[in-house]
Design a binder for this molecule. Structure first.
Ligand SMILES: [Zn+2]
Length: 437
């Protein structure tokens, strides 16, 4: 496969005059890179969201900005984009659930669910009827979440560091998921993203549905399966804990659902509602870390357990398996790539949408400042002092032969940086300073 000309200048790649000693390994990586499409509908959605956020955030007095923190805003953005991609890819005539809407004031509806319960009844009435879930397989989820992470990162670094390049690896089996580089810095990235919430879809009905049972016409049983002609029906994205609906139009409309979402969020007031709604769920998730609370709002969040969603689907890297895999990958970037470049310009990055709130203390906090090296880099010497006349053995390592396990753990909701340069080019602090200038 030929190298995309955009990535011809990748450090350590085929055109780098420096001999990295392992050209084929880097060339293989370079050949797999594809640019983040500038014309995809999801990029247009991200750009519209960030433009509207700039108007909202920078227009507020300092004291009110605290309601719309950039880190939680990026978390909300990620879930909105992933929800849009689910809607685009998965919406079908079959797979809907009928909810009669008894005990609610807003009538009967049909829901296209991604978890195994009715979003309206679980969140608002604390009952959890079993319903059909349209959640895709883990490969599809991984692909959508990996792409969305790169797309958002790409829009952030366009602002924080315009000269920098980002590319994702089209080879999903490869070591490296994405790269970020500029002259004299090549960051290798592993993504481990997964949403906090996927907003279900809704079609509103004018009246309760009926069916024939034992020769009698009767009301259709609540929470049974239904079909919808999605090319004709008006579809909404439904945010149950706020009783919020975003009109998406018909599934057959141009650029469904992106066009309608972009129209909606162009209003900073509408955007503010979406950020606040997400922030509310983030707080519910955070509160549940200490003690599993009975708060029914958790039934719309991924990985909530209780027969609604498997607890291994916790958001971001908040799953021990992901931390273990991500850590191995970061170490591999060190031993198979960083070490091979004696200029020491390679960095390893673990990237996710969601900081591991739940597992950080138990699995990560004592790891983030780990530095490793190898015996082969040591020089031995003996030193005796007046207080210790017997010579003691020391190992001496050059600074450049010490490596961070992670140079950065970049999550939209919170990041940890060991490497200052990566912080400068990717952090949300830099981003906010630039957009409100
Ligand atoms: Zn229901």
């Amino acid at each position: 496969m030929a190298i995309n000309p955009y990535f011809a200048d990748m450090p350590c790649g085929i055109n780098d005059p420096y001999e990295s000693g392992e050209v084929s390994k880097f060339a293989e990586l370079q050949r797999g890179l594809v640019p983040i499409s500038n014309s995809s509908p999801s990029i247009a959605l991200i750009q519209a969201f960030l433009d509207s956020y700039r108007l909202l955030y920078c227009g507020l007095p300092e004291i009110q900005r605290i309601d719309y923190p950039p880190n939680l805003t990026m978390g909300a953005l990620f879930d909105l984009v992933v929800s849009a991609k689910y809607a685009e890819r998965l919406i079908a005539d079959a797979g809907w659930t009928y909810c009669e809407g008894s005990e609610t004031s807003d009538g009967s509806s049909l829901y296209f669910c991604y978890l195994q319960t009715c979003p309206r009844c679980s969140v608002n009435r604390s009952v959890k009827p079993k319903v059909v879930s349209n959640k895709p397989g883990s490969d599809t989820i991984g692909e959508i979440c990996g792409d969305t992470t790169c797309e958002i990162l790409s829009e952030i670094i366009k602002v924080t560091s315009p000269g920098i390049k980002i590319g994702k690896n089209r080879d999903r089996q490869a070591d490296v998921d994405f790269v970020i580089y500029q002259p004299n810095m090549l960051a290798l990235g592993e993504t481990k993203s997964s949403p906090l919430v996927i907003y279900p879809l809704e079609v509103k009905l004018n009246h309760p549905l009926t069916e024939i049972r034992e020769g009698q016409r009767t009301l259709k049983r609540d929470h049974t399966q239904a079909t919808v002609d999605v090319a004709e029906a008006d579809i909404f994205m439904y945010i149950p804990h706020r009783n919020l609906r975003i009109s998406l139009g018909k599934a057959s409309s141009q650029q469904f659902p992106y066009h309608a979402l972009i129209q909606h969020i162009q209003s900073p007031q509408n955007l503010a509602e979406i950020i606040l709604a997400w922030k509310e769920l983030y707080r519910v998730y955070e509160a549940n870390l200490l003690r599993d609370l009975a708060d029914p709002r958790k039934w719309i969040t991924c990985g909530c357990g209780g027969g609604v969603d498997d607890s291994k689907n916790k958001p971001g890297i908040d799953r021990t398996d992901d931390i273990k895999k991500g850590t191995y990958q970061s170490l591999k970037f060190g031993t198979y790539y960083k070490e091979r470049d004696s200029r020491r310009i390679i960095r390893s990055v673990l990237a996710s949408n969601f900081f591991p709130l739940r597992t950080f203390n138990r699995y990560l906090s004592e790891m983030v400042d780990v530095i490793w090296t190898k015996e082969k880099y040591s020089r031995t010497f003996y030193l005796k002092t007046q207080r210790n006349p017997t010579p003691r053995k020391y190992s001496l390592f050059a600074q450049s032969d010490l490596f961070y396990l992670y140079d950065a753990i970049i999550c939209f909701t919170e990041s940890v940086y060991m490497d200052e340069r990566l912080k400068e080019v990717t952090s949300l602090d830099t981003y906010i300073n630039r957009i409100c200038q």
